[in-house]
Structures are given as structure tokens and as C-alpha cells.
Design a protein around this ligand. Structure first.
Ligand code: AMP
Length: 282
């Protein structure tokens, strides 16, 4: 497994792989890898001959009051995990390599307007502009044929799918299912922030999604479902709802009525100081 730190070496490696007739699979990450990330690697390897994982904590997608400086990092552990699942290249650039000598930031930004506006976009201003810009850059650096993303970040998938379509990135955009801990908590690098009590109360996300499934199947209105979820979460002292979105899977606009297979229930909840997200399509 190779570790590449520069843009030019990464592009040269991918060009050589493609010239040799190999498709390049790509999994962008911020590191502190878990089984969710590894499931994306496995999917990329099913669809392409070689697999590149990027490990880069992108400052432009963090707000000024967010957890950029304390975001968990362990490159050595990540390297071993990547090796264990047969990753060919880790691309791990520095901020200077990504943004230049004058500091983090860009004159050119990529924004997928409508689909970015609500939910995560409203709670985290500038977040999706940072995500789109870094992912567009990474696509131009890694030159993938296939790129894999996790359904756990449902709105990110919708935003990036839109960007790929609007800007004609020549790649296959793949969304993989959310990987969960045995008790149902969606895996996340941020779960390490949780105290033992918060870890237990964080199950309210999962449980409220299960409640939504039952309530929708029983024909409750969208408002009733949302209220039931909110009250379940309110029962956990450390949890506070940021948003609960019951929306169309593609447009991410609120739905008036449940249409099986098209209703996305997505949520962000603070558990203590940690902001967690989860979603399911029903
Ligand atoms: P991150 O390192 O958190 O930015 O995530 C990198 C990629 O892994 C994104 O496409 C995420 O959606 C995906 N991912 C994160 N957590 C999970 C999970 N529990 N299951 C599946 N994919 C995930």
C-alpha cells in the first residue's frame, strides 16, 4: 500500500493505473476509520480494480464553533485498517498541499444550491460549500472512475450527486448503506466523544427512527410522527433535537404524506455536546 501526500504524485499514480486498464475506486474520508468506512472500501473494490482512500480533515467544511481542532485523528491506526482491507493508496495531503501557501480557503467555490439549503445546510452554514469544493478537488486529484459515499450522510449524498450531475464529473457515484454498532447506533468517528451515559442515550436516534417506521406504517400523519420522535428524544436528559426532517428522498423537501420507498426521515441530535445524525428511508 502506498501513501501519497502530493497532488501531482496522486494524479500521476491514477493516470498510470487508468492507462494500464484499471478502474480507480475512491473513498473520501476524514480518517479515524471504522467499519462504515471499510464497507465503502469493500464496495469500491467490488466495482474497480484499484482503490484509493483519502484521509483529510477538511477545515473548509467546519464552522468556526465546530470541532475541527479536536476531531479525532490516528493515522497509524487508519493505515493498518486500510492495509487490512486491501486499499492500494492512501492519499493524505497537508492543508498547504490542498489549498496553497496562503492558508486554507479558495477563490473558487463549488455550491449545489437548492439541495444544500435546509437541514444540515441550515444548521451548519457553509458546510456543504466546503464539502462540495473539497470533493470536487479530490475528484480532480484522484481521478476516480467510481466514488463511494455513505447513506449515513444522506443530504451530503444528495448534494454531491447533484454536483456530479451538474458539473459532469465522469464517474460512477455510489451510495452504500449505513453500518451500525450491534445495538443500532450508526457508526461515526464522533461517537468517541460520548460519555458512557451519552453513548446509551444516543440510542434515542435509532429508537426514534424505529418509532417513525411503525408510526408511518400505521398511517399517522407526518406531524404526528415528528411529534412522537421529538417526545421520545426529549425523554433522554442529554439529548436535544437539532432537526427532524421527513422529506422526499430526492428533493429533500418536506412531504405532506408518506409514500412508501420515497420518505426519508433524517435527523440531527445533540447528545451532550456531540452532534449526531442518522436517517432511514421508509
Ligand atoms: P467521514 O470520514 O465521517 O467524513 O465519512 C467518510 C465517508 O464515510 C462518507 O461518505 C460517510 O457517509 C461514510 N460513512 C460514515 N459513517 C458511516 C457509516 N456508519 N456507514 C456507512 N458509511 C459511513
Amino acid at each position: 500500500m502506498k501513501i501519497i501526500e502530493t497532488v501531482s504524485a496522486m494524479q500521476a499514480w491514477s493516470r498510470a493505473a487508468r492507462a494500464a486498464g484499471q478502474r480507480v475506486g475512491f473513498v473520501p474520508t476524514m480518517g479515524y476509520l471504522h467499519e462504515g468506512h471499510l464497507s465503502l472500501v469493500r464496495e469500491a473494490k467490488r466495482r474497480a480494480e484499484v482503490c484509493v482512500v483519502s484521509i483529510y480533515v477538511n477545515p473548509t467544511q467546519f464552522g468556526p464553533k465546530e470541532d475541527l481542532s479536536k476531531y479525532p485523528r490516528d493515522f497509524d491506526r487508519d493505515r493498518k485498517l486500510c492495509e487490512s482491507v486491501g486499499v492500494d493508496v492512501i492519499f493524505a495531503p497537508t492543508n498547504e498541499e490542498m489549498w496553497g501557501k496562503n492558508g486554507v480557503g479558495s477563490s473558487t467555490w463549488v455550491e449545489a444550491a437548492a439541495v444544500s439549503e435546509r437541514w444540515e445546510g441550515a444548521s451548519r452554514p457553509g458546510h456543504f460549500r466546503g464539502v462540495c469544493t473539497v470533493v470536487a478537488k479530490l475528484f480532480n486529484i484522484v481521478l476516480p472512475d467510481v466514488a463511494c459515499f455513505g447513506q449515513k450522510d444522506a443530504q451530503q449524498c444528495a448534494v454531491l450527486r447533484r454536483m456530479v450531475r451538474d458539473l459532469n464529473f465522469p464517474l460512477e457515484f455510489v451510495v452504500c448503506p449505513t453500518v451500525r454498532e450491534p445495538d443500532g447506533l450508526a457508526m461515526s468517528s464522533r461517537n468517541v466523544y460520548l460519555s458512557p451515559t451519552e453513548r446509551q442515550e444516543a440510542l434515542a436516534l435509532r429508537h426514534s427512527l424505529e418509532l417513525a417506521r411503525r408510526e408511518l406504517a400505521a398511517g399517522r400523519t407526518i406531524d404526528e410522527v415528528s411529534a412522537a420522535m421529538t417526545s421520545l428524544i426529549a425523554g433522554k436528559p442529554s439529548a436535544r433535537v437539532d432537526y427532524i426532517a421527513i422529506v422526499d428522498t430526492e428533493t429533500l423537501l418536506p412531504v405532506k404524506r408518506h409514500e412508501p420507498g420515497r420518505t426519508l426521515v433524517a435527523m440531527a441530535v445533540f447528545v451532550g455536546k456531540t452532534r449526531l445524525i442518522d436517517n432511514e428511508t421508509f
